[in-house]
Design a protein around this ligand. Structure first.
Ligand code: GLY
Length: 308
């Protein structure tokens, strides 16, 4: 088993790497790096990395999450421990601004792996974990924000995948959803195998992009499985490209919307991949002095970035 610590994060489509984001994301990666070096579990590190991204308010997750049609912000979170295959996914949370905060007290405390938004949101209030007293009234600002979104969004979901010193893998994904959502819409992020998946024997993946397309293709698991079956790294990259082409936007495809992801393969290491567009991702690997950041492929280049 490979036990080289490794950390990847993404902040979804749409964010260009400017000085401000560069310095913020470097700090986030360096904090994650320190935790991995100190021997923290991959699972805990993905929670803290996603927590910092949620707290920033820069992305469509946590404090920056966008409202649905009724003006209510519903946040989805999914997390998976590749060691135990333990999973917790909660879509549609309304009573917590940064859902990753509830993972340490709740993960592993119930035999269920998926909890639905309304009841789970009430449960957080009962447990004293809520920081939002109730959905705000639907105001002009919410309506304007909703109207200004495009309906093929999915911008700014955040996620992290990590491998710790014991070789265990984990993935966590958090989102405010996609643009112009009907109330109650659920995306891919909280659903195992779609937006989030980890298995020490295969790898760990966190997806971003249009949740409907990711769900239709069970994309996270599909990429992970294909990469794990490839005999070497270059064939793994080829497999990713083939799946991206198969799911590609446009009339030739049965599904329509761009997607991307970050992935650590147990056999072949880290990958960042996506359809054309600006996808911001970062990484750190044990032994590297610096972290790597890139705002991705925007046409013409290889859609599968070697990254490190
Ligand atoms: N990928 C995030 C969403 O569509 O909900």
């Amino acid at each position: 088993m490979t036990t080289t610590p490794l950390l990847l994060l993404h902040t979804g489509f749409g964010s260009r790497l400017d000085h401000h984001l560069e310095s913020f994301l470097k700090t986030v990666l360096q904090q994650g790096r320190r935790r991995l070096e100190q021997g923290e579990s991959a699972l805990g590190v993905t929670w803290s990395v996603v927590g910092l991204l949620e707290e920033s308010g820069f992305f469509n997750a946590g404090r920056g999450a966008i409202p649905q049609e009724d003006g209510v912000v519903r946040r989805d979170i999914g997390t998976m421990d590749g060691n135990t295959l333990g999973y917790l996914g909660i879509p549609g949370l309304t009573t917590i601004s940064c859902p990753s905060r509830i993972l340490p007290p709740l993960f592993g405390k119930t035999q269920h792996i998926l909890l639905a938004g309304d009841a789970a949101s009430r449960w957080l209030v009962e447990e004293g974990l809520s920081d939002i007293p109730g959905p705000p009234p639907f105001g002009e600002k919410s309506l304007k924000t909703w109207q200004e979104q495009d309906d093929r969004g999915g911008h700014g979901t955040v996620g992290a995948v990590a491998r710790d010193r014991n070789g265990h893998l984990a993935a966590t994904t958090s989102t405010g959803g996609a643009g112009r959502m009907r109330a109650g819409r659920i995306g891919d992020s909280s659903i195992p195998g779609a937006g989030t998946y980890a298995d020490d024997r295969l790898g760990a993946v966190s997806m971003t992009g249009l949740g409907e397309v990711i769900l239709q293709n069970v994309a996270g698991f599909r990429f992970l499985w294909a990469v794990s079956k490839a005999p070497d790294r270059s064939r793994a990259a080829e497999a990713i490209r083939e799946i991206l082409a198969d799911i590609a936007e446009g009339p030739a495809s049965r599904t329509d919307g761009r997607i991307g992801g970050i992935l650590i393969s147990a056999r072949h290491g880290p990958f960042v991949f996506h359809h054309p567009g600006v996808l911001l991702a970062g990484a750190w690997r044990d032994g590297e002095k610096d972290v790597a950041l890139k705002d991705g492929w925007n046409g013409g280049e290889d859609p599968c970035l070697p990254f490190l």
